[in-house]
Design a protein around this ligand. Structure first.
Ligand code: SAH
Ligand code: SF4
Length: 340
């Protein structure tokens, strides 16, 4: 076997199985993972309640990877962008967003994205590769290390670079590690996965893990959505909303629908009315994200009056509707501004 296994690519179950296949007692898995994630051990030699022979054996077969930020940029509004250089030289970004009472980390699941949404800078750069579970988990570990109090990181959202459901296996493993007791110990209520709408994978996700679901809707009719998000031609609105209605939601939980407001494209009163009608069968709340411009983009952000009028139609229809004033615009860290 290769001695290049990275312990951070293993879920607890897979690690237990791997140890057992080498005749090592299953209880060791939890012990070693707690050293790795709770005590941030950088090497097996530090795991002093593990026998010396086993520590040496592990060192010969496993690595404990980490990501060190190559660059940290702080925004005027308190958000922070972390740039990570991966082993093969590619880069990914994570964005830390302070909000009242909690801090949210927006993490990446791929280098680039293949889905090519017209309003998204990440998408316009094309797809490079999937991240491994360790590369996803290490974004969280690195930011925790950078914070004075690791516990002050309260929420994780898969809203950085990439389409998480297009990297399904690694993302599900990473969610497992992030929420495990012998892992990063986030409550699954504090982890949210955002998807552009890979319908079959939404079905799988509900079966395989407990996680909050966010859907980037961005249009309430197929014609507009086909234009903005090519994935809609494969999985149109009817199929997407069907998958949402079957998604298992814990009591009092809702699906978040994200809607990037683009001037003259999807911001008319009738768009808001149609959106309200479309989501009626679902337990839905809505996040409006005024379009963040980037160089070379053809779109414009609507003016304030239009944004507020759009919101009012939705709140009048009893939807909880937040306007997500993207943070980090001055450091290129706002929604859709992460580039390859
Ligand atoms: N691929 C997933 C996860 C990335 S989330 C998804 O699309 O859901 C990125 C979020 O930022 C999405 O909700 C997307 O609609 C939004 N977004 C992309 N480009 C944007 C832009 N230029 N301005 C504002 N929001 C944008
Ligand atoms: Fe990919 Fe999401 Fe950007 Fe669309 S919005 S291109 S799915 S990252």
């Amino acid at each position: 076997m290769s001695h290049q296994h990275d312990i951070k690519n293993f879920t607890e179950k897979a690690f237990t199985d791997w140890l057992q296949a080498h005749d090592i007692a299953p209880y060791r898995a939890g012990q070693i993972l707690r050293w790795t994630y709770h005590r941030n051990a950088s090497h097996f030699s530090l795991m002093t309640d593990v026998s010396k022979e086993l520590r040496q054996w592990l060192s010969g077969r496993l690595t404990i990877s980490r990501l060190d930020p190559e660059l940290i940029q702080a925004s005027r509004d308190g958000s922070k962008k972390y740039l990570f250089r991966l082993k093969d030289g590619h880069h990914v970004q994570s964005v830390l967003i302070p909000e009242r009472g909690h801090r949210t980390l927006c993490i990446s699941s791929q280098v680039g994205c293949a889905l090519g949404c017209k309003f998204c800078l990440t998408g316009s750069g094309g797809f490079v590769r999937n991240l491994k579970p360790a590369e996803i988990v290490n974004q969280v570990c690195a930011v925790q290390n950078d914070l004075a109090h690791p516990d002050s990181l309260t929420n994780i959202v898969f809203m950085g670079m990439g389409e998480p459901l297009a990297n399904y296996e690694s993302v599900v493993k990473a969610i497992g590690i992030i929420t495990a007791n012998n892992g990063l110990q986030f409550s699954s209520r504090r982890v949210t996965l955002s998807t552009a709408g890979l319908v079959p994978k939404i079905g799988d996700l509900g079966q395989d893990v407990t996680v909050n679901l966010a859907v980037s809707l961005n249009a309430a009719d197929n014609k507009t959505r086909d234009y903005l998000m090519p994935i809609n031609r494969t999985y149109p609105l009817e199929a997407l909303l069907g998958a949402c209605s079957r998604f298992p939601l814990p009591s009092r939980r809702m699906i978040t629908f994200e809607y990037v407001l683009i001037s003259g494209v999807n911001d008319r009163d009738e768009d808001a009315c149609r959106l309200a009608r479309l989501l009626k069968p679902l337990r839905a709340k809505i996040n409006l994200i005024p379009f963040n411009p980037f160089e070379g983009s053809r779109f414009k952000r609507p003016d304030e009056t239009t944004i507020l009028a759009f919101q009012k139609i939705l709140t009048d229809n009893h939807y909880t509707t937040l306007i997500r004033r993207s943070k980090g615009g001055d450091i290129g860290a706002a929604c859709g501004q992460l580039r390859v």
